[in-house]
Every structure is written in C-alpha cells, then in structure tokens.
Ligand binder design. Structure first.
Ligand SMILES: NC(=O)c1ccc[n+]([C@@H]2O[C@H](COP(=O)([O-])OP(=O)(O)OC[C@H]3O[C@@H](n4cnc5c(N)ncnc54)[C@H](O)[C@@H]3O)[C@@H](O)[C@H]2O)c1
Length: 452
C-alpha cells in the first residue's frame, strides 16, 4: 500500500496560483483573468475514479481540463473512459492512482462504501475533491472527512455530487422560507418514494469475469461472495444493484435522500441535530430498510426557533396539510411548516399554502429583484473554478453536505437501535444510548485504512 504523503501543497498547484498572481502584484485575480482562454498551464490535472456509469456524466466538464489518471476496478469500464481520455494513465487500484505525480484534483464516482476513503486519501495528498454523494457510509467516515477538509478549507475545494442544487428552485425555496412566506419555521418534512426491496446479500454465483477486480470492488468492506447481480444495472443506475446492502451503501438515505435533504438543508441553516429517532420495517442485518421514518431536533438559530426535521421513505409519508393537497403525487419532496402556512416543493417547483386565521400574508414581502439569490451556474464548473481559486465557495462542500448526510445516517442508527437518543454534534457522541454509539463507525477488512 502506498505510504502517506507529506502535507505540503503540490508544487504545480502552487505554480497555478503564484503564476496567476505574478505580474499583477496581488494574491488572487478574478478567474477570468487568471486562466485566459484555455492556457494549458491553467488546466487542472485530474484523476477520475470510476470511469463509467456516473463517471461518464462528468466527461463533458472534465474534457476541458487534463484528465491524467483513470481508475476503475472493471477493465472494460477503464477502456470506456480511455476512449474519451486516451492520454491518461490507467489504474485498477485507486490507492495507486492517487499517488500519480502532478495531480491537482480527484473526481470520485465509485461505490458509496469507498467514497470517504478516496476523499480522505485525496485530502491527505492535498488534492481538491469532487465526490459523488453520499460522502460516507457511516457517521464516523463523514466526520473524519469533514474535519479533515475544514483544516484545509480555503486551500482545497470540495463538492459533493448533489448537482440538482444548481436548479434555481433551490434558491427560490430558500428565499421564501427565510423571508417568512410561511411565518416562523417550525417543522420540515422530506420524503422519497423509491423502493428497492432485497431479501439479503446475493448468493455466490460463478467467478468474477477476468476484467473485474472483485476483491478491489469489495475494498474495505467485509468480503461477500461474487454474484453478477451486483453489476447488472445500466450506466448511471448500477448503484441500485448494490446500494441497498449495508456493506456497500445506505439505501435511499445516501441515494435520493442526499438530493432531497439538500433541498431542505439549503433552506434551514442548521448544523447537526441534538437528537435522532426512527421507526420502520423490521430490521434486516443484510439490507437497509425500504420503509422508514426518522426525525431530528435542531436548536434555534438567528432566524428560527428550535425545529424538527423528519425524513420519510419507501411509502412512509408526512400528513397532508389539506385534503386537496396530495403529497403522494410528489415522488421526492419537502414540506416546510411555519406558524402561518406550508411550502411544498420538489426539485424544480414549489407551492405555497398560507394556513390559519392569521395567514393574511401581511408578514411577508417578496424580495426585490436585485436581492434575489443569483443562479449557481454549472455545478461541476463551480468546483473547477474553486480548485483554481480555492477562496471561492462551492455550494455543497464537505461541511455543508457532511452535516446533512451525518444527520441522515444518525437516523439509520436510531432505526437500528429502535430508540430516540440525544446527540452531541460537536463531539460526535451519542449521550444516552451506548448501543447507538457502537454503530457510529464500521469495521474494515484487514489492510484497509481510512487514513492512508
Ligand atoms: N449525482 C447523481 O445524480 C448520481 C446519479 C447516479 C449515481 N450517483 C452516485 O455515483 C456513484 C456511482 O454510481 P453508479 O451507478 O455509476 O455505480 P457503478 O456501480 O456503475 O460504479 C461506477 C463506476 O465505478 C467503478 N468502481 C466501483 N468501485 C470502484 C473502486 N473501488 N475503484 C474504482 N472504480 C470503481 C465501477 O466499475 C463503475 O465503472 C454512487 O455513489 C452513486 O450514489 C450519483
């Protein structure tokens, strides 16, 4: 296994920054001036890990940079990536890819159970990271990666792959909630209706084909026998073949839950909950539940009092605020409840329902055109820009998205222990339920470390 590198920033990246500043006598210039039109020295050297499926969704943006390393545990998928990036060095083991000299950044599109590993190893090598959602498979992994990045914030750019965040509706929802369209916020209900029931891990079936490095696919998780069913899905949807199994994914929590919670999270300005509770279908030691409801309490902030946030999935749903509003028609949505009404939203649209005797809307003034939140633009492009000038913000950095997924993962723990517990987010400690504390981290196979 490659040794842990030194923590000094890569010399080439320093060159990108210092050469930008040179001649102008300032530390940072606007990116348009820094980069010029396609100047080769202004392109990032990127490693793409996972070169098919979701990985291919990034080809268009990555083609404008230098993709110098490709890594996939499936050699056929590696060849697929190499058709677009013929000059890149090829790897089947991401640990080796991350040690390629001269890298600036990594795009990680692998299975969920390797995300925190790849992200953390990349941060150890002072590489910018774009990681597909979710950031980790358990609370501990998310906390490690988030804390690591916070130490390097301002030097390294991170983004978690919840690209729907760039849909203008995300900003419109935020504006309506924080500007008081529903009065003071009290509750948030988010849900997803996707159901992928599985009885248990797939039984042993045949040997892995030669092009597939199955042991590397299992990676840090406990070994499970090979079955082609884990690889049977189409491009960009194969995650549905493995994400319901505890050792590989977190079901709809890490899948659509990441996107839906982003829509909620963007509008509520919270960090970590003070409690978690959950109920759902009977526990299956192999499979993440299809049907579950989890709830979290958050303290007051500077614009709302204490709030309760709930996540419903697999058929569980919040109660409709009015008979004529059929929430079941919204497959993946969020409902914000305030003292004067409700706002129901999906990714691209929203409906306002003033409610109660005082809901005369006199308390709400839509913001003027010049105060409307600006469009995010391209989501992947926002990360690329921040890699070139890390003083720039990304919308879904490892703090913002880390907090959201840590909360969701606490819900899975509450479901497993069947109890409500109190949580100290600063310390990452469950305060009153040792069984829940024991589920904060997961065990890795020998030879695999999160901090390499
Ligand atoms: N942002 C989105 O809208 C979106 C959409 C689909 C999937 N995703 C996410 O993208 C990720 C990949 O999903 P997918 O459906 O493409 O899955 P997949 O199983 O097809 O995997 C993607 C690629 O990664 C490779 N791979 C798997 N493990 C690897 C490893 N350890 N090292 C190197 N390569 C590895 C696979 O061979 C494949 O080529 C998942 O985490 C999923 O949650 C995000």
């Amino acid at each position: 296994m490659p040794s842990k590198p030194s923590t000094s920033l890569g010399s080439r990246r320093q060159f990108l920054k210092t050469s930008a500043a040179f001649g102008a006598g300032v530390t940072f210039l606007p990116s348009t001036i820094i980069r010029g039109a396609d100047a080769p020295s202004n392109k990032l050297n990127i490693a793409l890990i996972g070169t098919w499926g979701r990985g291919a969704a990034h080809f268009g943006v990555l083609k404008k940079e230098n993709v110098v390393a490709l890594c996939d545990i499936d050699e056929n998928h590696l060849e697929f990536g190499a058709k677009t990036f013929p000059n890149a060095q090829k790897y089947v083991d991401w640990r080796k890819a991350l040690d390629q000299k001269g890298l600036d950044a990594v795009v990680c599109c692998t299975t969920d159970h390797t995300h925190a590993f790849i992200s953390n190893w990349a941060l150890n090598r002072n590489l910018h990271v774009y990681c597909e959602k979710p950031l980790g498979n358990c609370v501990h992994e998310v906390r490690v990666v988030r804390e690591h990045w916070l130490k390097k914030k301002g030097k390294l750019a991170t983004q978690v792959g919840t690209q729907r965040h760039a849909i203008p509706n995300f900003n419109r929802v935020r504006e309506m909630v924080i500007d008081g369209a529903i009065g003071e916020l009290t509750d948030v209900y988010a849900w997803g209706n996707r159901k992928i029931p599985r009885p248990g891990y797939l039984p042993a079936q045949g040997d892995p084909p030669k092009h597939l490095h199955y042991d590397l696919w299992i990676g840090p998780s406990p070994m499970h026998p090979y079955n082609p069913g884990y690889f049977a899905g189409g491009p960009g949807a194969n995650c549905l073949s493995w994400n319901m199994f505890w050792d590989f994914g977190t079901g709809q929590i890490g899948d659509m839950g990441s996107h839906v919670m982003d829509l909620a999270w963007n509008a509520i300005d919270v960090k970590l909950p003070t409690s978690a509770s959950a109920t759902g279908e009977p526990f299956n030691k192999d499979v993440v539940p299809v049907r579950m409801t989890s709830s979290f309490e958050f303290p007051a902030n500077d614009w709302h009092g204490p709030i309760k946030l709930s996540w419903y999935m697999g058929g569980d749903m919040p109660r409709s605020p009015q008979g004529y509003v059929d929430l079941n028609k919204v497959g993946h949505g969020v409902m914000f409840k305030g003292k004067e009404g409700f706002l129901v939203a999906d990714f691209a649209s929203r409906v306002l329902l003033p409610y109660g005797r005082n809901a005369d809307m006199a308390y709400y003034k839509p913001r003027s055109k010049d105060k409307v939140l600006p469009d995010l633009g391209g989501f992947q492009e926002q990360w690329i820009e921040a890699c070139k000038d890390p003083s720039k913000k990304t919308a879904c950095d490892f703090e913002y998205s880390g907090n959201a997924i840590e909360t969701m993962l606490l819900g899975l723990i509450a479901y497993r222990v069947g109890k409500k517990f109190k949580y100290d987010g600063a310390a990452g400690k469950v305060l009153d339920c040792p069984e829940a504390q024991a589920l904060i981290a997961r065990q890795y196979r020998d030879g695999w470390t999160l901090d390499g």
